[in-house]
Ligand binder design. Sequence first.
Ligand SMILES: C[S@@+](CC[C@H](N)C(=O)[O-])C[C@H]1O[C@@H](n2cnc3c(N)ncnc32)[C@H](O)[C@@H]1O
Length: 233
Amino acid sequence: MTAGPLRARASEAFFGRRHGKTIKPLQAEALRANLPRYRLDLGTEAPEDLSSLFARPVSAVRLEIGFGGGEHLLAGARAEPGCGFIGVEPFVNGMARVMAALDEAPLDNLRVYDDDATRLLDWLPAASLHRVDLLYPDPWPKRKHWKRRFVSAKNLDRIARVLASGGEFRFASDIDTYVNWTLLHCRAHPLFKWLASRPADWEAPYPGWPGTRYEAKAVREGRRPAYLRFARR
Ligand SMILES: C[S@@+](CC[C@H](N)C(=O)[O-])C[C@H]1O[C@@H](n2cnc3c(N)ncnc32)[C@H](O)[C@@H]1O
C-alpha cells in the first residue's frame, strides 16, 4: 500500500494529538524497548482464535479504545490474568506511560495498537471479543465537531461485528450531549440493547472501577459521569 492511502485511512476517526510534552527519558526508553513486543502487527492476518495473540492461555478477549494513560487497562489486565486485553492509543505519551509500567511489571495477557482504533476493529475477526470499552472518548462538545465523535453508526457497526453475541459495549463520558448522542445512536442500532432500568445503572461506576485520569479531571471540574452498558444482541 502506498503512503497516501494509508495516511488517509489512518485518520478516519482520530482527530487528536499524537504527541504531547517531551516524553521522560525512562518512558522513551521503555517505549523503544517494549512496544515491539506488545504491539499488534496489522500487516499480518488476524488469527481466527485471538487467544493465540497472548503468551498465556486466555478465555476471552477485551478491547479498550483510547486508553489514555492506561489506568483502567492496566488495572483490568492485572486483576484478570485469565482474560486477554487489547488496548488502543495513538497518543504517544499515553503509550509511553503504559510501556514504562510494563517495564516494572510485564503482562503476558496484554497487547496494544498505536493507531486509529477503526483500523484494529476492521482487522479483528467477527465475534472475537466479549467486551469493548470506550471510556471518556474525545468529547468534541461543539456541534460543528460532533461528526468527529467516535460513536457513529459506522463505528457501532464495527463494534457490533467484532463483539460476540451477548458481549458488552461500555461507554463512559462526563459530557451530557455525548451521552445522549450515544444513547440515541445505540437505540437506533438493531444490535445494541441498553442495559439499564434505573438511574443507579448509569450513575454508579462499573464494578471494580479504578477511575481514569480524564475522569478525575472531569469530577474535579464538577461534571458528573455516566457509565453506559449495552448488550450485543
Ligand atoms: C479524552 S481522552 C480519555 C483517555 C482515557 N480513556 C481516560 O479516561 O483517561 C480520549 C483518548 O482517546 C484517544 N483516541 C481518540 N481517537 C481515537 C481513535 N480513533 N482510536 C483510538 N484512540 C483514540 C485519544 O488519543 C485520547 O487519549
